[in-house]
Design a protein around this ligand. Sequence first.
Ligand code: NDP
Length: 325
Amino acid sequence: MFRAIVVDEGVPAEIREVDDDFLKPGDVTIDVEYSSINYKDGLALAGNRGVVRTFPIIPGIDLVGTVTASDSPRFSPGDRVVLNGDGIGERLFGGLAERARVRSDALVLLPEGLSAQRAAAIGTAGFTAMIGVLAIERAGIRSSAGDVLVTGAAGGVGSVAIALLAARGYAVTASSGRADVEGDYLHRLGASAIIDRAELAEPGKPLQSQRWAAAIDSVGSTTLANVLAQTNYGGLVVSCGLAQGADLPTTVMPFVLRAVTLTGANSVDAPLALREEAWAALAQALDGELLDSMTTTVSLAEALEAGPGILAGKVRGRTVVDVRR
Ligand code: NDP
């Protein structure tokens, strides 16, 4: 028997004692050590049908742990592994449990030197931020090109994006609704300037003064439209979230007059090669102590309370779940 958070239709999320028969089919079984709480986990813990595709479900879109059994030639018992997305915590059972059985297609070996707890602190949020940073680099936008904007700055994706960009020498401007209380935190992560997110929240002109060489946006809606309108000629905007809304009330002007590129980041279906590239880069690029400073660790029972907190926009940085606690 092992403990798992289970969400059933119409029933609040709860901790249950279950056995291996409860798990879904998969070719790798893992003793989970850590999971984390992303915005999507907050929705799953609340039983949101947009995220949870099948009931009952074990939520948790991230897991880090040790392989105990494997039918995959890529993995052996004792391997330390990390999994983000690929349907876990949505239509497949996820990481908020002491054990998981998963398909190995998207499973990545934990990079040498990276602890399980720090890998969970990175989690889907950090993995997504890294996909965004890689996209900026692939577009050839160097630190000399100008300021890079990060929206949703004090959240999970935003916090890791700031740290990664600053470590690569970019001048980062953080857009946050919590600049008053989280200003020091954002500067410690590496932001050189902070703006109030209210500046970007209301509908604006299709083209505005050029301010950003690139941007990583986890907010969407009118914020993303304003970011596009303020992006420099030839700049790149990475859309990875919808904290303000899924709409995008923009015009073609940033594209046809400023040759701005809008691209997306998707962690759930990322191919294995991108996962391995991003995790290798994350292990190398992220300062462990800086990562610790943006991380709060909670027990499995406390994870139940962390869900509403992230939905209310009250969580700072990353929340790791020590599932064995
Ligand atoms: P968090 O809740 O940790 O961060 C979101 C941040 O957005 C908040 O901390 C807040 O930052 C800001 N925010 C919240 N509400 C609003 C609002 N109404 N208007 C403007 N800003 C707002 O979530 P995550 O970092 O885990 O995820 C961020 C977004 O990215 C989510 O929409 C999530 O679904 C998406 N996502 C997408 C992934 C992908 O694969 N594409 C992967 C991971 C996440 P502040 O207080 O600083 O303003």
